[in-house]
Design a protein around this ligand. Sequence first.
Ligand code: AMP
Length: 448
Amino acid sequence: MTFDDFKLNRQLLNAVAEAGYEQPTPIQVQAIPLAMAGHDVLGIAQTGTGKTAAYLLPVLMKTKFAQGQHPRVLILAPTRELVMQIDAAIAELGKYTDIRHLALYGGIGPKTQIEAVQKGVDILVATPGRFMDIYLRGEIGVKQLNTMVMDEADKMMDMGFMPQIRKILEVIPVKRQNMLFSATFPAKVEELSYEFLEFPMRVEVTPQASTADMVTQKLYAVPNFKTKINLLAHLLSDEAASRVIVFARSKETADNIYKFLARKVVADDRIRVLHANKGQNTRINSMEAFKEGNIRVLVTTDVTARGIDVNEVSHVINFDVPLIYEDYVHRIGRTGRANRSGEAVTFMTIAEEYHVAKIEKIIRMPIPRESIPAAVEIPETPFDEQQAYLREIDNQRKKEDPTFKGAFHDKKGVPTKGRPTPPRGKSPQNPKAPSAKFKPGSPRRRKT
Ligand code: AMP
């Protein structure tokens, strides 16, 4: 199948050819004809599969040219980075049309965005919050909207955007074409799809939460933070790690990793740190520099994990195991795109074994274990750090404990009745737990 087989116009075919797309990807083969026939589409596809063009080409085809003042298409996405990236894709694929498009996102004042809306726009790409903000100021006419797309719906649900999305659905015309794309299909997204889509055609390119085929995964069991740092430095000493994203659990850890690497391992103009505390401009500049290949190492927290299209990432390194397990899939989706192979490396302390087991369940495969190379120094684990790990393990055990679950998970309707209480101290989940942690007489957790 070629792009010529879709009934796209010449302007779009030229732009597609110039973007270097020779053949449609599987999600494009499936979704484009359905979307062009006017169906609502439910697309389950990870970033890197070509899903953006799968909905943009039909949208651009339908929008055709600039018309009137008010937008006809609304595309919602969870983060400003993704919004900007979709907007850039419209610029690329729509370059031979006069279609006006605009990105609306938070983190900067709305004034410039409002002025741009007032100039007239055909396609709006927005985060739900910022769209609603500008709409409520009376600046967006929604009566002409005839197409709506939600991208990375699972991430939008995780980020708690449902209330805003419901409000948006209340104010826009009922008669419209809808498309919903999501990397995974958890219950929340299914629920959203019922509210949002009408008789949708479902297209899916990878089984739910499957990992990209081209990615080699590696897992290192690492005793402590210092060893993680040493191992990271060792991996980066290999020039093959030419474009690397390092994910850390917290902003503090990301900052610490950055400081260490910039001081000792990577020339400081080749490394950046990116997280929510960084200003909007810094974030944009760092992303740009990384995309252009001017930066070798990007240290970050979750903010860049999803949807960001950075080609030719050679390595994704999970300095910490992600606690939102599906993020593992999204993160390693950063690498190995467009038929290039990549490596996804994860560091795991004893306190993270629990989370890795959960991730392996989601991806339905064990992550291959590697031994720490001999060149990597493995310092002793400081007492406090060891205690912190043990405390975490205790908490994990408590989570698995039915009495504890009853106190905190009632909302989910998990029945607690009839489940056996596991013995205190050692357990299959936690054979190393020192029994002394549970002092007699000190209740593990109050029920009220
Ligand atoms: P996406 O899954 O939309 O984030 O797209 C991932 C990357 O694949 C982007 O860099 C696109 O420009 C690129 N891409 C999309 N469609 C094709 C195609 N048919 N052939 C080659 N590359 C593509």
